[in-house]
Design a protein around this ligand. Structure first.
Ligand code: HEM
Length: 217
């Protein structure tokens, strides 16, 4: 049986258990990093440090959780990068953003596994993650900062905060889109989508699945 061996009316597998675990490890570490990062960013948000056992523990934990998020995100990139390559249809999709926002998906070029919005987000998250990891090492006082001049450390703090801001804004969009398109959360929670969801939002992906399913029967 193939991953996409479907009978009429059955749910379609979009993510397997490993893919979902990988995604949620990334998401949970992101939330912990955003909370501890905001607490360190401004005194007005320092109260959040109580969630991590106080300021000292938070400062110890933040960079280690950062490494977990980076490695976990690298896993997502390894699994999904080839589905995120931009093609001609994506450019057309972007020029018809009005049809996207008013749910006239029938007018759009056929979307494959991911739409152009998802792909753009993927390529926004990627440089943010790399920047956060690199600058995070430079500002990790306990182990690495001694190897860098103070100007580089100061510049890294700035880039670290800027990359975190873009990442947080990007993930807010990501979560909003996941809730906005009904049935999408289910894909990441239990791994499956309905054939209707697939046909409506990702018709080219849907056709490819039907083809591979009928080939296996
Ligand atoms: C914190 C709450 C989050 C929620 C509720 C959420 C929800 C989802 C959902 C529902 C999907 C499936 C979309 C689809 O199949 O069309 C998805 C895909 C994905 N998510 Fe998240 N996510 C969250 C956080 C994150 C974080 C922090 C990252 C990485 C920094 C991330 C990276 C991804 C990637 C790479 C995909 C695959 C889409 C692609 O490759 O373009 N997610 N997410």
């Amino acid at each position: 049986m193939s991953k996409h061996d479907i009978q009429h009316g059955e749910l379609i597998e979009r993510y397997n258990a490993n893919e979902r675990s990988n995604h949620w490890v990334t998401a949970i570490s992101f939330v912990l990093l955003a909370l501890s990062g905001l607490a360190m960013f401004h005194p007005a948000m320092f109260w959040l440090s109580a969630l991590f056992g106080g300021g000292q523990w938070m400062r110890i934990l933040h960079p280690f959780i950062g490494v977990v998020m980076f490695v976990s995100f690298a896993g997502l990139v390894w699994r999904f990068w080839h589905h995120n390559l931009i093609d001609r249809g994506d450019i057309q999709w972007l020029t018809q953003i009005g049809d996207v926002l008013t749910n006239r998906e029938d007018k759009l070029p056929e979307v494959g596994q991911y739409n152009a919005g998802q792909k753009m987000l993927f390529f926004t998250l990627l440089p943010c993650m790399v920047a956060l990891m690199l600058t995070g090492i430079v500002v990790w006082r306990r182990y690495f900062s001694a190897y860098f001049p103070i100007d580089i450390i100061r510049f890294s703090v700035l880039i670290h905060a800027a990359a975190a801001f873009v990442l947080i804004a990007g993930i807010i969009v990501h979560i909003y889109a996941a809730i906005w398109i009904k049935g999408t959360m289910g894909a990441m929670l239990h791994g499956t989508v309905t054939p209707g969801w697939a046909r409506r939002h990702h018709p080219r992906w849907f056709r490819a699945i039907i083809k591979s399913s009928t080939r296996n029967h």
